[in-house]
Design a protein around this ligand. Sequence first.
Ligand code: SF4
Length: 396
Amino acid sequence: MPSPLDRVRSALMDEGLQEALLRAATNNQVKVESLLRERPELAEAARRARRAKDEAIGRLEELIDEAMRSLRAINAEPHYAETPEEAREAVARIVGSGKLVVMSKSMAAEEAGIREYLEELGNEVWETDLGQLLVQLEGGRPMHTIAPAVHMTRERALRLVNEKLGANLPEDAGIEEIAGAARRFLREKIVKADVGISGANALAADTGAIVLVENEGNIRLVTTASPIHIAVVPVDKIVPTLQDALTVAIAQAGYAGLYPPTYINVIAGPSSTADIEQVRVWGAQGPKELHVVLLDNGRLRARETPLRDQLRCIRCGRCQFECPVWVHTANNWGGPVYGGPMGLNWTAITWSMEEASKLAFLCLGCGRCDEACPVEIPLSRLIRWLKTQAHRPGRS
Ligand code: SF4
């Protein structure tokens, strides 16, 4: 297994990667800048999202309890996981073995190693986000928060779907044909799946409603086609109200450069019907069961440190595309799950202060990430603080 610094070195030597990242970062910057110029309401949504997240961080324990009560009230089942192991176990108890499972992209599921664990238990598991599927097929890891296959060229993606999915596409097949091959392969899996697993952009404590933003339409299918839906939600995604959750979703889509998003999904309980004799039964066309696994993994503890500000993060990935180091390394720099400016801080919160503090020394301290962040996380200041933790005894 290459060391974190070896991963950075090989990224710097990879010419294809350098080209792909430069193109993606340039396209994203142009898109987001013009969106923000044309739509001042997005900056206003970001300001409101910041206020909601700040309030949530201050009342997090109380809101976790409220969210769990609200989930029970809408016939969903909450599960609380302090660690990734507990999250994996909670999901495994629901899924069992020998099942077909489809997933929509979730960094929290990635953080807890859900897919690999379910596979070890003898389940067949497929990612349904195109980028995340390509990452699964190459046996890699997501290279950006919202664009997991940002490092991949058309040629590489074509080779993967031909070799791993038997797509049989010609050498000159375009991106649309590659997406079509993935769609044909996944459609059957989604329809037959026993369980669908998603993340969440936000969870409203007042109602238990989960909000998910997307463009591909796979989240919509994954969360409704199977008899069981499991959402893995880190506790920093909890906000006080459904209105706040929708605001976070709008701000995230805008600053990700994907506005208006094609779909915003609100899920408040399993499907039900009361059409016969006005007697409500659960499990109509959508899932019969909804489970929400709330994952802490260091987040509550982070509130007592300068990393508290990182909990405001809405995972738009702006700071990554703006960072002159990330643009040459992608998520090869930052930690095993998250990468770039926000990734260093998330690594310190959820994985290892030691690893994050060592990698923090590659930060140039230019402050571009601070300027880019829609919820005003002082990312470079937090990274400077990480550097001061590098040689402290007892760090972990
Ligand atoms: S301050 Fe560091 S992390 Fe932020 S953009 Fe500059 S190099 Fe990247």
